[in-house]
Design a binder for this molecule. Structure first.
Ligand SMILES: [Zn+2]
Length: 295
């Protein structure tokens, strides 16, 4: 009898858990430049919502639905709200202050202080990179966790850099030590959306992973992929080098999610667990067929 009751109680609990929409957010406290992962369970259809003005791109996950968004670098310390339509309620999140380190960098004068023609080239490079990253739409093209490339961190995300002439810029990626000519591999599956010889980033590759997530690889000595190519995780994209504005060979990795560029180191810690549409269909065919009466 006791056993029967506890089983009944367990069933009741389970059904409550399914009926109640639940929103979880990772990480618990965020800083400017962090990515945020939102997971919604207990809902029947993909939620819709916004955070910091950015529409959330929810995808099918192993548990419920997930979406990732950026807390842009210029976000002030404040409480932000993740607004959700439908049964799942809005949740608040505290953005803590963060002071980024500052360094001075000496590069060739023409790179530190570009003339008008080069500044125009930089602007069109930046536009091409953002436009390519925005091609990351719809459902994820990956199912595995993102994999950090090897190499010691030589410069962190968000670092302020003062160049020869005194102008400052903020570092929008993670620099990893890499020997000249070493292989640069895709951090996850996706589509190559940009291959370009740019002024500051040198030879670069941008990959769209779907769900608004894109990764970019800078300063390559050689590119081994073409635009439009589908790549798997670990695919060789090119060889590391020091093309563009660098002080030596290394891999600069940038990751963009809806809302902006974020700290790749923080991004690799997110528990992203998508189920692709193809996988979802596969799961359905495995499910036992319902009897005619139930239909
Ligand atoms: Zn860099």
């Amino acid at each position: 009898m006791t056993r029967f009751i506890s089983l009944a109680a367990l069933l009741a609990l389970t059904s409550v858990a399914i009926a109640d929409p639940k929103v979880t957010v990772q990480p618990a406290t965020v800083h400017p430049g962090d990515p945020v992962l939102v997971t919604v369970t207990g809902v029947k259809t993909a939620p819709k919502g916004k955070a910091l003005g950015t529409p959330l791109r929810f995808f099918n996950a192993k548990r419920g639905y997930q979406a990732v968004f950026a807390v842009p670098l210029d976000t002030k310390p404040e409480i932000i709200t993740i607004d959700l339509e439908g049964p799942a309620k809005a949740v608040s999140l505290e953005v803590d202050d963060l002071t980024f380190p500052e360094t001075s960098i000496v590069v060739e004068d023409e790179l530190a202080n570009p003339d008008k023609a080069d500044r125009d080239r930089i602007d069109s490079d930046n536009k091409a990179i953002i436009d390519a990253a925005l091609e990351s739409k719809d459902q994820p093209l990956f199912t595995r966790p993102f994999r950090r490339p090897p190499g010691e961190v030589t410069s962190t995300f968000g670092e302020w850099r003062t160049f020869n002439d005194g102008h400052k810029s903020q570092h929008l990626g993670l620099d990893l030590f890499a020997k000249e000519g070493s292989k640069v591999k895709a951090i996850n599956a996706g589509t190559v959306v940009l291959v370009r010889d740019s002024f500051l980033a040198g030879n670069l590759v941008v990959i769209a992973h779907g769900a608004g997530i894109a990764s970019a690889y800078y300063h390559l000595s050689k590119v081994l992929v073409a635009e439009g190519e589908r790549v798997e995780q670990g695919a060789e994209l090119g060889l590391a080098g020091h093309t563009g504005r660098t002080t030596g060979p290394h891999l600069h990795l940038s990751v963009r999610v809806p809302g902006g560029f974020i700290d790749p180191a923080a991004f690799f810690r997110l528990a992203l667990a998508p189920t692709t549409l193809a996988n979802a269909r596969e799961d359905q065919t495995k499910r036992p067929r319902r009897s005619g009466l139930e239909r």
